[in-house]
Design a protein around this ligand. Structure first.
Ligand code: BJW
Length: 228
């Protein structure tokens, strides 16, 4: 059996990482139009760096939770039976990997990587970035940015995602509000491919009506319960 799992910020919420759109979430304290766009970076790179430096520190201090670990167990179990768990995350943290998962598709990039706008080289990056940070590959300063996908940019691994969906027998979305495309459209794509679809979230997402079945509650309880 092959299963396609799409995760969002809700799966990392109980690890202490803020979600985006809930009351008290990141976007209620920071304006996304000012911070998560290429235009914002061009206008005020230092402010965008400050936001991501804070987030990067938070990710480094966080630990994977029972939901991340349950998906890693499922991935191993399916592989042992000749199947596959396609694990696609919108999250820029590395908690799936630290929870034991392999081959994670980070469609919105990774905060622990930096990319040089001058030479395009991407490098693992655990420290703060600033406009003075030189690129380790080309040596130029001023062009280093977090290797994440901002609004208006094209998400990553879209061909592999489409192939994974087409090869899967079940689509499951976990901890995502269904507010950001193209990820919010995966459930519709899965249904067109004839897959059963299941939503796991704290409460019904924007696309809840599109799912065949659902389980609502905190991910550290609902995800292990679904996996077992
Ligand atoms: C729990 C829980 C617990 C809480 N347990 N659950 C109009 C219509 C359609 C589309 C567009 C439009 N206008 C513009 C667009 C396109 C735009 C878009 O979708 N905008 C919308 C706002 C409408 N999209 C883009 O620009 C994308 N690119 C694009 O479309 O390119 C064109 C193209 C596409 C395809 C092919 C070719 C070309 C790029 C989107 C990039 C998104 N980037 C961000 C920032 C990443 C870097 C960073 O982290 O800073 O990605 S924005 C932010 O939102 C982040 C997230 O990955 C993403 C999704 O958020 P997520 O994960 O769903 O979090 P929340 O907070 O929204 O939801 C959390 C959920 O968890 C909630 O439901 C809670 O209830 C739940 N929860 N605790 C279980 N304990």
């Amino acid at each position: 059996m092959n299963i396609f799992v799409l995760t969002g910020a809700g799966i990392s919420a109980e690890s202490g990482l803020g979600t985006f759109r809930e009351r008290g979430g990141l976007w209620s304290r920071f304006d996304p139009a000012r911070l998560a766009t290429p235009e914002a970076f061009a206008a005020d790179a230092e402010e965008v760096h400050a936001f991501y430096n804070l987030r990067r520190q938070g990710v480094r201090a966080a630990a994977p939770n029972a939901a991340h670990r349950a998906l890693a167990r499922l991935q191993k179990e399916l592989a042992g039976r000749g199947g596959r768990l396609f694990l696609c995350t919108q999250n820029v943290d590395d908690l799936h990997e630290r929870g034991g998962a392999a081959a994670v598709m980070h469609m919105h990039g990774e905060i622990l990587r930096a990319r040089c706008l001058a030479c395009t080289a991407a490098t693992p990056w655990a420290e703060d970035l600033s406009v003075a940070t030189p690129c380790p590959s080309c040596g130029r300063a001023g062009g280093m940015r977090p290797d994440v996908v901002w609004f208006g940019e094209v998400p990553l691994h879209l061909d592999a995602i489409e192939a994974g969906l087409a090869e899967s027998d079940l689509f499951v979305a976990i901890g995502t509000s269904g507010a950001v495309y193209p990820a919010a459209g995966f459930v519709a794509r899965a249904r067109r491919l004839g897959l059963p679809t299941h939503e796991i979230n704290l409460d019904p997402s924007d696309t809840a009506d599109a799912f065949h079945t659902a389980a609502y509650g905190p991910a550290t309880e609902t995800v292990p319960a679904w996996v077992e």
